[in-house]
Design a binder for this molecule. Structure first.
Ligand SMILES: [Zn+2]
Length: 122
């Protein structure tokens, strides 16, 4: 997905540069007004490519984060044994979020937020 985004951005860059040339050409003595339209449409297509590229990137990053969450969670901890360190309330997978690459627990019961360590003390 990252390669697709890079290709889209390069493509968008080329399209936008050519569109500018067409618009400039339209104002030159040999130019025709139809070139102006080609340039404007080209610019629109170019910016659409960037828009798609950023959307593709957002999707790809989301997928990566989900994968990281599964990989980075301590392997010896099963979800139904995790309890809040300060109040002891059971925690579910939704209460654990990835912050800067570290699994952070945010307790829905007492509101405490702390980092999930590799060797839990409970
Ligand atoms: Zn708690």
């Amino acid at each position: 997905m990252k390669a697709a985004r890079t290709i889209l951005y390069i493509l968008a860059g080329i399209i936008i540069v050519f569109s500018f040339l067409f618009i400039l050409g339209a104002f030159s003595p040999d130019g025709s007004t139809s070139w102006l339209w080609v340039g404007i449409i080209g610019l629109l297509v170019g910016f659409l490519c960037i828009f798609w590229g950023s959307r593709l990137g957002a999707k790809a990053e989301q997928t990566t984060q989900n994968v990281t969450l599964q990989v980075d969670l301590p392997g010896n901890v099963s979800m139904d044994t995790i309890k809040c360190q300060s109040c002891g309330a059971p925690l579910s997978a939704e209460d654990i979020k990835m912050v800067n690459g570290a699994p952070m627990v945010s307790c829905p019961n007492c509101g405490t937020t702390y980092q999930l360590t590799e060797e839990p003390k409970w």
